[in-house]
Design a protein around this ligand. Structure first.
Ligand SMILES: [Fe+2]
Length: 397
């Protein structure tokens, strides 16, 4: 029997084990100085075609632990929703019960995808008031949601596509997750060691010509700052050109890279996403680990497919010189197909999964940071070449 009331319980503001600043490239910063203070990520919610089976996949393949549930059995008649954790990462998988459930309709338009990126804030009303004054898309005014375990204050603002940014203050709540959810047993026995423990960044793909608009939206509405910039040929291959900018909050815990397609010879990977997702949406979520090699071994063993960088990437003398010494020999990174990049602050190891649903849309990144605060710019070309091989197999290049 696994103890679900213990360490894997929802702890949005859990201590240094979940929030080692180095793990996610965070910096020293007092959020009380911010117009739109954010404590951190609360959860990411997905609308999926079959939440019961998705909960099984994330439990087995991603080593996450299901800890809470709501659905018809608990009086929630629209969706079955499973909440899963791995360290400080919380995912909610929601599937529709009827043909007109919100999740069913969203699934028909987009396939499996992210509907909510929820942020924990100290004062929902204050954050919401500031955001709306600054031009935020107002979707749900601040309101209380309660059950016998207390009250959560919630508001919702819109972002690209149908994606929503939920603002949550859970300081008045002691239940297993959110009001209406009941604690439940894991789907399978969790692995002895989790594979990842924090969300590092959440990336959006937006339509051609709209990246700047969304960057400025986060600058205005959440007071974020533009921290890195990749423009056209910095990350162009012959085909998959894209432009990308990253906005982040003051602590840099919350980082939102935003991509748009750029002109290339053939269809860019961003165009492929936009076509198959049916518009703008979350492209990938980066999950921070302190042992990427173990995580990737475990995930591969459980059937997760990763993009494989070509041999040429590892054998390139320029890469070896630029990277210098990292915690494992390059040969070991090559054996795992893990990418490596270095910037002025340090280095990072990263790898990307293939799309995690039938449509060629959302995927994951696993990242291990060692001082580096950037996103693997040096890897984009090698990575995109690997991506294009997959795109070509699907007949979408
Ligand atoms: Fe990323």
């Amino acid at each position: 029997m696994v103890d679900i009331a213990g360490s894997e319980r929802h702890q949005p503001s859990a201590g240094p084990t979940e929030e080692d600043p180095g793990l996610v490239g965070a910096v020293e910063h007092d959020i009380r100085e911010d117009d739109f203070p954010i404590k951190g990520w609360d959860h990411v919610k997905f609308y999926v075609g079959n939440a019961k089976q998705a909960a099984h996949y994330y439990s087995t393949a991603f080593g996450m632990t299901c800890f809470a549930y709501r659905g018809p059995e608990t009086g929630h008649r629209e969706h079955a929703e499973y909440a899963l954790k791995s360290g400080g990462v919380t995912f909610v998988l929601a599937g529709g019960i009827t043909s007109d459930s919100a999740a069913t309709e969203h699934y028909a338009r987009h396939g499996d995808g992210v509907i909510e990126v929820a942020l924990e804030v100290p004062d929902v009303d204050e954050n919401y008031r500031y955001a709306v004054k600054q031009g935020a898309i107002a979707l749900e005014q601040p309101h209380d949601v309660s059950d016998e375990h207390g009250t959560v204050r919630v508001a919702v603002i819109g972002t690209y596509g149908e994606t929503r940014n939920v603002l949550i203050d859970r300081s008045g709540y002691t239940g297993p997750f959110l009001p209406g959810f009941v604690a439940r047993e894991p789907v399978v026995t969790p692995p002895p060691r989790r594979f990842f423990q924090a969300i590092d960044h959440v990336v959006g793909n937006v339509e051609l010509g709209r990246m700047r608009e969304w960057v400025s939206y986060y600058e205005r509405v959440m007071g974020f700052t533009n921290i890195v910039e990749f423009v056209d040929d910095a990350i162009a291959t012959e085909y998959s050109a894209l432009m990308s900018k990253v906005v982040a909050n003051g602590t840099r815990k919350v980082k939102f890279p935003i991509n748009e397609p750029a002109e290339g010879k053939k269809k860019s990977q961003i165009d492929e996403y936009l076509e198959f997702y049916g518009g703008a949406g979350v492209q990938h979520i980066a999950l921070a680990t302190n042992d990427i090699l173990a995580a990737v071994d475990q995930m591969r063993e459980r059937g997760v497919e990763f993009l494989e960088a070509p041999d040429a990437y590892y054998d390139d003398p320029e890469l070896r010189e630029r990277i210098g010494t990292v915690r494992v020999p390059i040969e070991e990174l090559k054996a795992h197909r893990v990418l490596v990049d270095r910037d002025e602050d340090g280095y990072m190891l990263q790898i990307f999964t293939k799309p995690q649903q039938d449509r060629p849309t959302m995927f994951y990144e696993i990242i291990e940071r060692h001082g580096s605060l950037s996103f693997g710019k040096g890897n984009f070309k090698a990575l995109f070449e690997a991506l294009e091989k997959e795109q070509e197999k699907r007949g979408n290049l």
